[in-house]
Ligand binder design. Sequence first.
Ligand SMILES: [Zn+2]
Ligand SMILES: [Zn+2]
Length: 352
Amino acid sequence: MKDNMTSKKIKVAYLDGARNLVLSTKDKPEIKEDEVLIKVKSVGICGSDVLYYRTGGTKRRPITKPFILGHEVSGIVEKKGKKVENLDVGDRVAVEPGITCGRCIYCKSGRYNLCRSVKFLATPPVDGAFVEYISHKADLVYRLPDCISFDEGALIEPSSVAFYAVIKSDFKPSMSSLILGAGPIGLLILQIAKISGSFPVCVLDVDSYRLSLAKKLGADFTLNTNDKDIVQALANSDCDNEYDVVFECTGVETVISNSVFLAKKGGTITMVGIFDGVTPLRTKEIIDREINVKGTYRSANVFKDVIKLVERKMLNVKSIITHTFNLDEIEKAFEVADKRLENCVKIIIRVS
Ligand SMILES: [Zn+2]
Ligand SMILES: [Zn+2]
């Protein structure tokens, strides 16, 4: 009897205050009839996880109890509710982390990423996936082909964010694109822009390792702006000065503000990186140059498309993984992510 009870406890990592991750145990979750129980395999560390780790909770989203981070998830279906038809026990899966209401105008119109009632993994107060088992709505769980590893499966989520940003930009083949920031999302957008027929694709960053990765992944030009003014840096380089689409992936205030000068007249700036404050918006230039400024939030309806691109080896998600750690090493993993040590780009935690 006692054995039975202890075997129900599962391993978990809690964030308990800024920069304090604690390994503990909790009860295995129960499932509802439209849910599956997933044995969590690989979970990526996202920029938002690092932000919560650094701050212990933000003003907009405070954390009031020990909290589980992690929303880039792959795993194996271990149990399914009696209404679940799309999955079987034993399936290898990727998880779409936002559970939406299905009834509001955004959900009904297919823009469920904007649902006000969304419960998104690892967004306070909703716990995430640095834990051995999670329960999740089966409709939001996607079977992975055998050729996609669990580590790659965890990156279907950030790849979906990148894919969504590209399709929201009304991209047409042969359009030029400029990617500001060669972090995980920038490097994924780069690949999807190339698949979509963009030429030339130029990537800017201040990190030469990340730029070398961008080059390997097909960037036509890369430029290290060395913390200088990006407009000047581009003007003094061999790269084009203006682009059809600019993807702002840095979330850096001055870069956001100057991005308006880097789009062609009538071009588009797609805002992906988050600056959590008020940015001066150059409305005069936006008007004079008829610039379209677009916001793109998380993703909707693209998980299956992304899985197809990874399966066909068109999208190389493995290329951005620089580090893997076990759950027991999660403190070390977050330290590397937080301080950007050892040229890290994407870090994966192998939960089990
Ligand atoms: Zn994320
Ligand atoms: Zn909704």
